[in-house]
Ligand binder design. Structure first.
Ligand SMILES: N[C@@H](CCC(=O)N[C@@H](CS)C(=O)NCC(=O)O)C(=O)O
Length: 221
């Protein structure tokens, strides 16, 4: 193998897969993508043999490097992409902004559990707005505040002006807000529109819309 291979889940549903895929694409890394359909009896149990064959945790994404090393965890893969990036890069050049970008990326990686469970990524789906739990509402507000602060500070259209790993981490949240009809203030809405207009995002979305696999438990949320 001379090109890194990113193993991902269904593009319609796998938010953790979309994140490093965008980071690699934005970084200008040459890589191949292999989709492993999630769902069925193994779903959520981390015992899918097709995933275990490429990922010791039973989870995707998994990046297989030409050396034979395997990098797991979406954020670590996004960091690897940032270190491999061609100009202009996907981390801010300024040291403090880089730290800020890593902090908000880590916040997404470790947090927003209620949004992740109550509003699972489902790119092709559209629902009417509904009532969320208090915790989900609190997290939605934190997401909006965080985005709006960064957009005001850096001038948009992306969180740090240009595309960074933070946008890769938050892109699935934009799709969730669109799927579940979450009303957004103008700046947050414009941010999501910038993500949706991105050529690489559109490539992923096109594949997601063309997929025929369904995960009924997610479709019913
Ligand atoms: N912390 C991991 C989370 C990865 C994860 O939970 N992936 C889900 C798909 S989005 C998975 O592989 N699930 C396996 C399954 O349901 O069988 C990361 O950031 O990469």
């Amino acid at each position: 193998m001379s090109t890194p291979v990113l193993y991902v889940g269904n593009k319609n549903y796998s938010s953790w897969s979309l994140r490093p895929w965008l980071a690699l694409a934005w970084a200008g890394v040459d890589f191949d993508t292999k989709v492993i359909p999630l769902g069925g009896d193994h779903y959520g149990k981390m015992n899918n043999p097709a995933i275990l064959a490429v990922s010791a945790t039973g989870r995707v994404p998994a990046l297989h490097l030409p050396s034979g090393r395997v990098v797991l965890e979406s954020l670590a893969i996004a960091e690897w992409a940032a270190e491999s990036a061609t100009e202009p890069g996907i981390l801010p050049k300024d040291r403090e902004l880089r730290a800020q970008c890593r902090a908000v990326s880590a916040e997404m990686h470790s947090g927003f559990g209620a949004v992740r469970s109550e509003l699972p990524m489902n790119i092709r789906r559209r629902t009417e707005p509904r009532d969320w739990s208090d915790l989900a509402r609190h997290e939605i507000q934190r997401l909006i505040d965080l985005w709006q602060e960064l957009l005001a500070e850096h001038g948009g259209p992306f969180l740090f002006g240009h595309r960074t790993i933070a946008d890769a981490m938050y892109a699935p949240v934009c799709t969730r807000f669109r799927t579940y009809g979450v009303e957004l203030p103008a700046a947050a809405s414009a941010y999501c529109d910038a993500v949706f207009a991105d050529a690489d995002f559109k490539r992923w979305e096109r594949d997601a819309l063309a997929e025929e696999w369904a995960i009924e438990s997610t479709d019913a949320v």
